[in-house]
Design a protein around this ligand. Structure first.
Ligand code: NAP
Length: 274
């Protein structure tokens, strides 16, 4: 039996175990997915320890995604984003490397969530609100898929800094966010706005329009005020569970080498969210 898992602190709320185990069950893979909660400054020790115990793959969540970079051989995209959310121990187990391979599948989560909804990214104008972990992944994903990206963030300096690293991107504070969204084709909310306060929204409704595709990274609640108002404006909406699903699907495929059973994993995730 293979063991996969997640390190984070806290991880008690994680939706990943039922999602991944539905995938193993659907393909008849003999595996379990478990959660580990190391102390907040123990990312490297936890990853090394998991490898020593024979864990085949690890997902990494808050607060370990940046520190995990130090414990792995990062794939180029993970290095550019500056964060690792998926660790693959196969290169070490097979004697090909000293360190496990580190990936960032949050970017694939954004890209595949849009493509699943037939949203074209190449050549489009995209606005990413937020410059934290999710914002970094979204900005690189959209730029690599051919979008012209504008990053808007409450702390303007973080947006400018991120935009300097993302090909062709611009970055600023929130002052002209409304005008940017009004002129955009694609919008990603990568802030936590709308999570703790369901009445909050990162973009006032008056700027939303029918030519927009909107992904909200927030998945609890699953229907945020932003998505409700975007749907009212005629926009295509993609909820945060799709991003969560596809980052998991991408990790599953890296670890197992099999095409993930997307429908089974999605059903398990949505059952858990409901
Ligand atoms: P993070 O690194 O802590 O970044 C938080 C971001 O939200 C920053 O850009 C921050 O701006 C902004 N922000 C926070 N409160 C704000 C407010 N009141 N007004 C305006 N901006 C505000 O967090 P993260 O890991 O990127 O996560 C962000 C959200 O994405 C969370 O809701 C998380 O659950 C979600 N997420 C979803 C997925 C998925 O798979 N669906 C994956 C990752 C994250 P400042 O820089 O100014 O502080």
């Amino acid at each position: 039996m293979q063991v996969y898992g997640l390190i984070g602190n806290p991880v008690g709320h994680s939706l990943s175990p039922p999602m991944h185990e539905a995938g193993y069950g659907s393909l008849g893979i003999d595996a379990r997915y478990v959660t580990f909660e190391p102390a907040p400054d123990d990312a490297a020790e936890a990853i090394e320890g998991a490898g020593a115990l024979g864990v085949a793959g690890l997902n990494v969540t808050v607060p370990f995604k940046q520190d995990a970079l130090e414990a792995v051989d990062p794939a180029p995209l993970a290095e550019r984003i500056g964060a690792v959310n998926t660790v693959d121990f196969a290169p070490v187990r097979e004697g090909d490397a000293d360190r496990p391979r580190g990936h960032n599948t949050d970017a694939a989560g954004v890209k595949r969530a849009f493509s699943h909804h037939d949203v074209e990214i190449d050549g489009r104008d995209a606005v990413v609100v937020g410059a934290g972990g999710a914002g970094r992944a979204a900005a690189f994903a959209l730029a690599d898929a051919g979008a012209a990206v504008h990053v808007a963030n409450r702390t303007a300096e973080r947006a400018v800094e991120l935009a300097e690293a993302v090909p062709g991107a611009t970055g600023a504070g929130l002052d002209d966010l409304g005008d940017r969204v009004a002129a955009a084709d694609v919008l990603v909310n990568a802030t936590s706005v709308g999570m703790d306060d369901p009445d909050a929204t990162p973009v006032p409704a008056e700027h939303l329009h029918g030519d927009l595709a909107v992904l909200d990274a927030v998945y609890a609640p699953i229907e945020t005020r932003l998505l409700r108002e975007a749907a009212d404006a005629g926009a295509t909406t993609v909820d945060g569970a799709w991003m969560l699903l596809f980052q998991g699907v991408e990790a599953f495929e890296i670890w197992t080498g099999a095409d993930a059973p997307v429908e089974a994993m999605n059903a398990a995730l949505r059952a858990e969210l409901e």
